[in-house]
Design a protein around this ligand. Structure first.
Ligand code: KG4
Ligand code: ZN
Length: 348
């Protein structure tokens, strides 16, 4: 089966063609980073407008690169949630029009689940595993029992991990996207120069929840300290210490979740999974079998959407043409309709 995957949930306009859920025939990503960089963050209205301008070209390019034509497709998968509403709607509308026009099955997929599918392009990963999803919008530790069966063990109770990288970078004017800028700066710094606090979460929440707002505030307040002392300490040290603490928070919760569940297979996905310090910390633990995607599949891409879409389609699921985008985080409930196929006239 050959699936076209479309991704437009945030600032990457992306499309890919994937065969049998594992062979990437093409993976075209048009990033809007340069457009949003002057604002140090994603401007939602601008993101939607750019998706509108770019989507046809991006899909055409993905098809061309794959050597396939629309006639070869067996389905169209699209990231339908969560994300920026305006941005999601562009991909969803495009996918719906294409599916309807070509009489192809439509599969609306959850972007968060798709991020944890991306490492599967590296090889066959057995279930269950502990999934670590770390992106700009979400942070989650889950027991993953199948491609879409997730038991959530912990999430962030405030900022997402990538969001903390982005906000710290923005505050210190380090560059955009924040995670990339901080990792680069951190290479020249001492990760033990500053001792930033790790969260102590109260009981009653999920056992493996994390929190990033305290760390973010501590790093931001450090600037006042610099000013008081009349010295600007090295930003490299600050970046390295922040990065170490941010990653250690995740590793600490993963160690606990692994000990409690007995699961030693760890799979990371999402933009922050591109971070080399996080990768080092994961692979250093020899008792773990660790998987993460190559760099171009960590951040948003169409291949992970097509890949997971294949499994839904193979199971006989498809979305109705009334599929809507949703900004909500709903990685944990299915929203794909079971077959029989949706009626073609449901798209009003
Ligand atoms: O998965 P993604 O492309 O988009 C969302 O679904 O949010 O992740 C983007 C996030 C941003 O917060 C960005 O700063 C972070 O991933 N990021 C990184 C790195 N590369 C991207 N964070 C830490 N280290 C990196 N190398
Ligand atoms: Zn993402």
């Amino acid at each position: 089966m050959i699936i076209l995957g479309i991704e437009s949930s945030c600032d990457e306009c992306a499309a890919a063609v994937v065969e049998e859920g594992k062979t990437i025939l093409s993976n075209h990503i048009a990033t809007q980073i340069a457009e949003h960089a002057p604002f140090n963050g994603v401007v939602p209205e601008m993101a939607s407008r750019l998706h509108t301008q770019w989507i046809s070209g991006v899909v055409r390019r993905a098809l061309e690169d794959s050597g396939k034509s629309l006639d070869d497709l067996d389905g169209v998968a699209v990231a339908a949630r969560p994300g920026l509403m305006g941005s999601l709607l562009v991909g969803v509308s495009f996918a719906k029009a294409l599916a309807w026009g070509r009489d192809l099955p439509l599969i609306g997929v959850d972007h968060v689940k798709a991020h944890l599918y991306a490492p599967r392009f590296m090889g066959e990963i057995k279930y269950p595993f502990l999934g670590l999803l770390v992106s700009g919008g979400h942070t989650m530790i889950a027991q993953v029992n199948s491609f879409d069966d997730f038991t959530v063990l912990g999430t962030t109770i405030d900022d997402a991990c990538g969001e903390a990288f982005d906000k710290v970078a923005k505050f210190y004017d380090l560059g955009y996207p924040g995670g990339v800028a901080i990792e680069k700066l951190a290479r020249g710094g001492d990760p033990r120069a500053f001792h930033f606090p790790k969260p102590r979460l109260k009981q009653g929440r999920r056992k493996y929840d994390v929190s990033y707002s305290g760390l973010k505030t501590a790093v931001v307040n450090q600037r006042l300290q610099f000013k008081k002392e009349g010295a600007v300490d090295s930003l490299e040290n600050l970046a390295a210490s922040f990065q170490r603490t941010a990653v250690d928070i995740l590793i600490g919760q993963l160690i606990a979740a692994s000990a409690d569940t007995g699961i030693t297979r760890i799979v990371a996905g999402g933009g922050v999974a591109a971070n080399s310090y996080l990768r080092e910390q994961l692979t250093e633990r020899k008792e773990w079998e660790t998987w993460y995607p190559p760099l171009n599949l960590c951040t948003d891409n169409g291949a992970m959407i097509a890949g997971i879409g294949y499994h839904y389609l193979q199971r006989g699921d498809r979305s109705p043409l009334s599929l809507n985008a949703s900004a909500r985080v709903d990685a944990f409930k299915g929203f794909i309709q079971k077959s029989p196929a949706a009626p073609r006239k449901g798209c009003s």
